[in-house]
Design a protein around this ligand. Structure first.
Ligand SMILES: [Zn+2]
Length: 268
């Protein structure tokens, strides 16, 4: 599942394959692709840079156009390492072939592809900020310059339960279902508490700031290692990593009924 850490890893993988290169071929073989009619418009354009905002990926091109991608639960980007994508080309939402970098003089081409996802569109870069899904995003939990206190104040301003507020991309963006449970567990915070109860008293660090700091560190670690904590997510009924009691619980939470995992001994 593509949470913010996956998107940063995808961007790091795509960056060397794409940035500074010209798109020499573009196609949208999957009949369900939203770029079915427009993929050819990408041909001849230069890739300037790749950006992530929470779970959104933006590929900026040289003539004021950007590709906006969101992978949803099951989508992914793949780089062809010379042996194909590991999936048939015909199901790709978008296939892009880059020409060799003039600086390398190799002329070797590289291919990348998006498979599945919920959003894939070509948009004028100046219009990106008017897209309601992007305009309403809260601060990115993985932004290098994240102001943790400001993010924490947004979290405690949410009227929702902690486990719902953490998934609300307009509060803070990038956290998904796995890190929601893993961060609450490590912080010892019960995910069913109201988010305003995480406000600090006096001048000390608030529980909200501590929780978001833990989520950020867990996700930064996952960016670097490719591994997620795996202490509580999908561990229903198993012994707790911390207290050893065999009672990890899980239940659907919020209007979207996303499953939340917690230990009743360790989280309050
Ligand atoms: Zn426990």
């Amino acid at each position: 599942m593509a949470e913010g850490d996956s998107l940063v890893r995808i961007a790091r993988k795509l960056e060397p394959a794409m940035s500074g290169r010209v798109l020499v071929a573009a196609s949208a073989p999957n009949p369900r692709s939203t770029l079915r009619q427009h993929a050819r418009r990408l041909e001849g354009r230069l890739v300037e840079r790749i950006e992530t905002r929470g779970k959104h990926l933006l590929i900026h091109l040289d003539d004021g156009l950007s590709l906006h991608s969101h992978l949803g639960m099951n989508g992914g980007w793949r780089v062809d390492d010379g042996r194909g994508f590991g999936k048939p080309d015909r199901i790709a939402w978008l296939l892009l072939e880059m020409g060799g970098d003039a600086g390398e003089g190799s002329g070797a081409s590289l291919r990348v592809g998006q498979f599945g996802g919920t959003t894939l569109r070509l948009v004028r870069t100046v219009e990106l900020d008017r897209d309601p899904r992007l305009a309403r995003l809260g601060p990115d939990i993985l932004a290098p310059d994240l102001d943790l206190e400001r993010a924490a104040s947004r979290l405690v301003a949410s009227p929702d339960e902690v486990g719902v507020a953490l998934l609300d991309q307009t509060v803070v963006c990038g956290i998904g279902n796995i890190f929601k449970s893993e961060a609450c567990f490590e912080a010892g915070i019960h995910p069913w508490r109201p988010a305003p109860s995480l406000a600090g008293e006096g001048s000390g660090e608030s529980e909200a700031a501590r929780l978001l700091g833990i989520a950020r560190r867990q996700m930064q670690d996952a960016v670097e290692t490719g591994r997620r904590p795996g202490r509580i997510y999908k561990k229903t009924g198993r012994p707790c990593f911390c207290c050893r009691a065999p009672g990890i619980r899980s239940r659907a939470q919020g209007d979207d009924a996303r499953t939340t995992y917690w230990c009743p001994n360790c989280q309050s």
